[in-house]
Ligand binder design. Structure first.
Ligand code: PMP
Length: 322
């Protein structure tokens, strides 16, 4: 199945991939108001499963709540629609759900406040990346730059919990510049020089005393992978701290890694040109990565409930009224 054969859910109906478009003057395109979420489809032996689908859909509703977007669905309806979209798109590895104002508008506040929801399930590599000219950027181990010119994670402007298009606008030029300078990605700071996150992933440090530390849920998006890694790490016996972390702590960190839906646990080996620790993937990062990979492969019973099989609909009470 290629992209041209895929179907996309739009407001309750399946339409062809090529028809899932909006007008160039759509409010969300012009004003950056599109809310979205992105989740992984894993393929454990018992069949395709969406990772923490309920948490992702709840996060989409949270984004809509923060941004005041009047989404007219229930959480369960969009979980069901997500599972059905994966069922209808063979070989899908990920799902992107978008909520937006498709209406062409004159004013910032839309005259027609209908929020359209689109759900696409696909294989990023086969359906998108391979069809483009040039090679995609790829690094198994990361070299990062710290963005010191602009403090772009201001939670008084766009709260980090809002997964909305406009929130990626300041990180685009920062990350693009870092790429031109030969780095893979960029660490964003807040206005108090505290670490926050990278444009699309969360940040973890293994500190000198072996504690796992990550910026707070007020400073960075509460990534689903971030939360999963925190729980997995606690189960493995790590002390985990969600706290404010000054940029200077990067100098003494033994290990650094990032997390995200598309990358899992991603080791960082250089920051601003200097090696992290001894410049190789650290043992704690390797241990957490191995455990996370086992969880998404369905090999860890304690966390098997995070994998929602697409063959299974939501469990509802047989007769809710008794
Ligand atoms: N931070 C930001 C700003 C992101 O866009 C993402 C990707 N969704 C993440 C962190 C990682 O979150 P998750 O683990 O839920 O993919």
């Amino acid at each position: 199945m290629g992209a041209e054969d895929r179907v996309i859910w739009r407001d309750g109906e399946f339409i062809a991939w090529a028809d899932a478009t909006v007008h160039v003057l759509a409010q969300s395109l012009q004003r950056g108001s599109l809310a979205f979420d992105y989740m992984a489809v894993h393929r454990p032996s018992r069949g395709p499963a969406v990772f923490r689908v309920d948490d992702h859909i709840r996060r989409l509703f949270n984004t809509c709540g923060i941004m005041g977007l009047p989404i007219a669905y229930e959480v369960d309806e969009l979980i069901e629609a997500t599972l059905e979209t994966v069922r209808r798109n063979e070989g899908a590895r990920s799902v992107r759900i978008s909520a937006l104002f498709p209406s062409v508008e004159v004013e910032l506040v839309p005259q027609d406040p209908h929020i359209a929801v689109f759900i696409a399930a696909y294989d990023s590599r086969k359906d998108i990346i391979e069809g483009k000219p040039g090679k995609p950027h790829f690094a198994a181990e990361l070299s990062l730059k710290v963005e010191r010119v602009k403090r772009s994670r201001r939670h008084d402007l766009i709260p980090p919990q809002a997964k909305v298009a406009a929130s990626y606008t300041p990180s685009l030029p920062a990350k693009w510049q870092a790429r031109r300078e030969g780095f893979d990605d960029i660490i964003l700071l807040d206005e108090h020089d505290q670490l926050t996150e990278a444009p699309t992933s969360n940040l973890f440090l293994v500190t000198a005393d072996g504690t796992l530390a990550t910026p707070t849920g007020e400073q960075a998006l509460r990534g689903i992978t971030r939360d999963s890694v925190i729980q997995i790490a606690r189960e493995l016996g790590f002390a985990v701290e969600e706290r404010s972390i000054g940029v200077d702590e990067l100098d003494t960190a033994r290990e650094v890694f990032m997390t995200g839906t598309s990358v899992g646990v991603w080791p960082v080996i250089r920051i601003d040109g200097e090696p992290v620790g001894n410049g190789a993937v650290g043992p704690e990062t390797a241990r957490l990565k191995a455990r996370f990979d086992a969880v998404v492969a369905g090999d860890v019973p304690e966390f098997a409930h995070w994998l929602h099989p697409v063959s299974q609909s939501l469990e509802r009470p047989e007769n809710p009224d008794g």
